[in-house]
Design a binder for this molecule. Structure first.
Ligand code: FDA
Length: 453
């Protein structure tokens, strides 16, 4: 068993952990990053599947994500725009397809009016929230008692308006049914992206991609750390004391350090044995956070055939198995790629089927948006993060009803020498790579200050 000593031990080599490690090294502190998997990047994973380069995890960058954009620029990576020329498509409850441009779905005028009113109302509520302190929203307690589904039902009887507004948060972001999270949690999702309107605007929220794949961010950050990143080292035990000091015991090595950063998804904290145990507050609060669940489906075709009929590839329907889909063709690729998402209960349902039946059902749904040709991809792949031992869901974690108001303020509070960093506990950039980088920076900054004190 190898034993080493460092100033800081970082558990997890995702965007958060690797950002923290680089910041700490820059400030002159020594680090060791222990990663359970045999690769870095965590939920960022660009891989070749049957000859197609696919973004199995996170991929998009939006204009307000300053921390991610700074990191991309600093690493010398190039970005390109998501393809968006032409018409988007929307399918209503009756299964009728309508082409449209702009952000607003082509719904009957009364439904459109209701949707606009709801978006305005949500924007106004979000404007009162500091995403880093959602529990301080003037109505935080009341909003955390009511599910987003129930809140929407209290606003309007227009079911299509409710279904569409729910889609922007439930299917597209938190990837949980709208009855399973609070309105406060929904507002945090919107506030973390600047406004509810931003979530409605696919051209904003899904703006750019990185040439060669977003996993290059963690790969290049890890390259700078060289031998201080240890792969295949799941941390099983963390010994910590009030007097300072952390000992991280992984499968093949032990690291003694002054500080530790837990840079892993909060649903995985209980995979680690803490000695002594974490305090009561953390024991309780960690039980109120759970992962959403979505299947990211990749379908590659000989050509981006939908463009020939003037379609952008952008497709939405709260009534389809795949509630949203986009043109995801790689930079400079002659082939065409569609990416589609199957969220929460729909994902559960199709995972009860055989792989063949599941593929058939999902491609059938895509054919409703793009026509018969969508049923015949040359490469087909489903990102199944629910089966990944070191993630357990997608995209990220959120609180149950009442949890955010009750526990949120302690989410990032250090425990002795232990600090927490992950996209799932971020305010601005919550559930996104931008939030992971912000959390990595913040935890490093706290440690740098404490080390100097
Ligand atoms: P992350 O989970 O990436 O890293 C934690 C690391 O800790 C992992 O490498 C894990 O293996 C390791 N670990 C866990 N337990 C351990 C232990 N006991 N010992 C050692 N190591 C341990 N975001 C975005 O900005 N744009 C997007 O388009 C998308 N899209 C998207 C699609 C899909 C399918 C997913 C799954 C996610 C996204 N996201 C996204 C979200 C984004 O990918 C995510 O928020 C960040 O990558 C999370 O980075 P973290 O470093 O916080 O955690």
């Amino acid at each position: 068993m190898t034993e080493i000593t460092r100033d800081v031990v970082i558990v997890g080599a995702g965007a958060a952990g690797l950002t923290a490690a680089n910041e700490l090294r820059r400030a002159g502190l020594s680090v060791a990053v222990l990663e359970a998997r045999d690769r870095v990047g965590g939920r960022l994973w660009t891989d070749d599947i049957d000859g197609a380069t696919l973004e199995i995890g996170g991929q998009w960058v939006s204009p307000d994500q300053d921390a991610l954009k700074e990191t991309i620029a600093e690493l010398g990576l190039e970005t390109y725009s998501r393809y968006r020329e032409g018409d988007s498509v929307y399918i209503n409850k009756a299964g009728e397809l309508t082409r449209f441009t702009g952000e607003l779905f082509p719904v009957p005028p009364a439904t459109e009016k209701t949707m606009v009113e709801l978006i305005d109302k949500l924007d106004a509520m979000v404007a009162l929230m500091d995403p880093d302190r959602p529990w301080e929203h003037p109505d935080a307690e009341a909003l955390d008692r009511i599910s987003f589904e129930a809140w929407l039902a209290a606003q309007t009887d227009d079911q299509e308006a409710r279904d569409n507004i729910a889609l922007f948060i439930a299917g597209a972001m938190l990837t949980k049914p709208a009855h399973a999270f609070s309105t406060l949690q929904a507002l945090l999702m919107a506030a973390s992206a600047g406004s509810f309107s931003h979530l409605v605007d696919a051209d904003f929220i899904l703006d750019e991609r990185v040439v060669g794949g977003l996993q290059q961010v963690p790969l290049l950050l890890a390259e700078r750390l060289g031998e201080d990143v240890y792969l295949g080292q799941p941390v099983r035990t963390l010994e910590w004391g009030a007097d300072g000091g952390v000992t991280a015991i992984a499968d093949g090595m032990t690291v003694r350090a002054r500080f530790g950063i837990l840079a892993l998804a909060p649903v995985l904290y209980d995979r680690v044995s803490f000695v002594p145990p974490l305090p009561r507050r953390q024991h309780q609060l960690h039980q109120h956070i759970s992962m959403g669940f979505v299947i990211k489906v990749h379908a590659v075709y000989e050509t981006p055939f939908w463009r020939d009929s003037g379609l952008s590839g952008t497709a939405f329907s709260p009534y389809e198995l795949s509630h949203e889909a986009y043109d995801n063709t790689n930079h400079g690729d002659a082939r065409g790629t569609l990416v589609a998402f199957v969220s929460d209960q729909n994902a559960d349902d199709v995972f009860a089927l055989s792989a063949e039946e599941r593929k058939e059902r999902i491609l059938e749904s895509l054919s409703h948006y793009y026509g018969e040709q969508a049923k015949h991809p040359v490469v087909y792949y489903e990102s199944d993060w629910g089966s990944e031992e070191w993630t357990r869901g997608a995209y990220a974690a959120s609180f149950d009803l009442g949890g955010l108001h009750r526990y949120g303020a302690d989410l990032r509070t250090p425990v002795g020498p232990l600090h927490f960093a992950c996209s799932d506990i971020a305010g601005a950039g919550y559930q996104h790579v931008d939030g992971a980088i912000r959390m990595g920076r913040a935890s490093a900054q706290h440690i740098i200050e404490a080390a100097r004190a």
